[in-house]
Design a protein around this ligand. Structure first.
Ligand code: B12
Length: 215
């Protein structure tokens, strides 16, 4: 099983679509835990892609290919994820989005997926989301939690704008704010006015449950 996860990681890192899909299908057939498959296989592979980009081995075009591979692999898992979602009891509503100025969505989508299969109703606002859209959605869906993603250092501080907008709308006491994304830490999250920081999708679920007293 660990072997298969390593193969998935490597094929994503090597930008090999066919191999990735083949290994993911095999992992599903062999009953590999889907959460492991995503976190330790696909997401870990993306992290290696990021390192290769940083070291100059890969270029932007390669990042785009990696995102396509990730999304195609995830689509194979959809039926299994849907099945898992049906077996859990409702926990609360999360409005999630990538903050304005940032178009990265793979990590955010992963968090949304994990929250859904754990029992949360998730309203996904997409990418480049302005503060007022978060506010509007919290009101409309009577959300319990706001999840904000940011992958860029330059957009990290936009989280504060969302928190301020929630305050201004009188909603801050009613909703918990959880944030995540590569440039963040627990400390930065607190400084920006969030209640919590989740370093990955598995942690995000744990923390959201805790925030609502359902852990
Ligand atoms: C793929 C990718 C892209 C793709 C995105 C495709 C897509 N649909 O998302 C494309 C090619 C479009 C892209 C564009 C750019 N990118 Co880019 N990209 C990446 C890359 C390689 C991988 C990101 C990823 O998907 N990781 C896999 C996922 C699973 O991990 P994750 O996103 O970290 O998410 C996990 C956690 O962070 C957490 N999490 C994430 N969100 C949330 C939310 C909540 C609420 C919680 C609790 C947790 C949580 O849980 C997730 C699951 O475990 C990273 C490198 C890296 N190391 O991250 C660079 C990276 C983020 N990109 C970078 C840059 C600079 C850019 C560009 C500015 C490049 C350019 N010159 O144009 C543009 C940005 C455009 C914009 N305005 O947004 C830099 C950012 C540097 C910085 N610190 O600011 C990075 C770090 C690369 C680098 N080292 O230089 N990129």
């Amino acid at each position: 099983m660990t072997d298969l996860l390593a193969k998935i990681r490597e094929s994503v890192a090597e930008l090999d679509l066919d191999q990735t899909l083949e290994h993911v299908r095999e992992a599903l057939e062999r009953g590999v835990d889907v959460v492991d498959l995503i976190e330790k296989g696909l997401a870990e592979g993306m992290r290696i892609v990021g390192e290769k980009y940083e070291s100059g081995e890969y270029f932007i075009a390669d990042l785009i290919v990696s995102a396509e591979i990730f999304n195609k692999a995830l689509s194979i898992l959809k039926p299994k994820l849907e099945e898992m979602r049906k077996q859990v009891k409702p926990l609360g509503t999360v409005v999630i989005g990538t903050v304005y100025g940032d178009i990265h969505d793979i990590g955010k989508n992963l968090v949304a997926t994990m929250l859904r299969i754990s029992g949360f109703e998730v309203v996904d606002l997409g990418v480049d989301v302005p503060p007022e859209k978060f506010v509007e959605s919290v009101k409309k869906h009577n959300a319990d939690i706001v999840g904000i993603s940011t992958l860029l250092t330059s957009t990290m501080t936009h989280i504060r704008d969302v928190v301020e907008a929630l305050k201004k709308a009188g909603l801050r006491d009613r909703v918990k704010v959880i944030v995540g994304g590569a440039p963040l830490t627990e400390e930065i999250a607190k400084e920006l006015g969030a209640d919590a920081y989740g370093e990955n999708a598995v942690k995000a679920v744990e923390i959201c449950k805790k925030l609502l007293g359902k852990a």
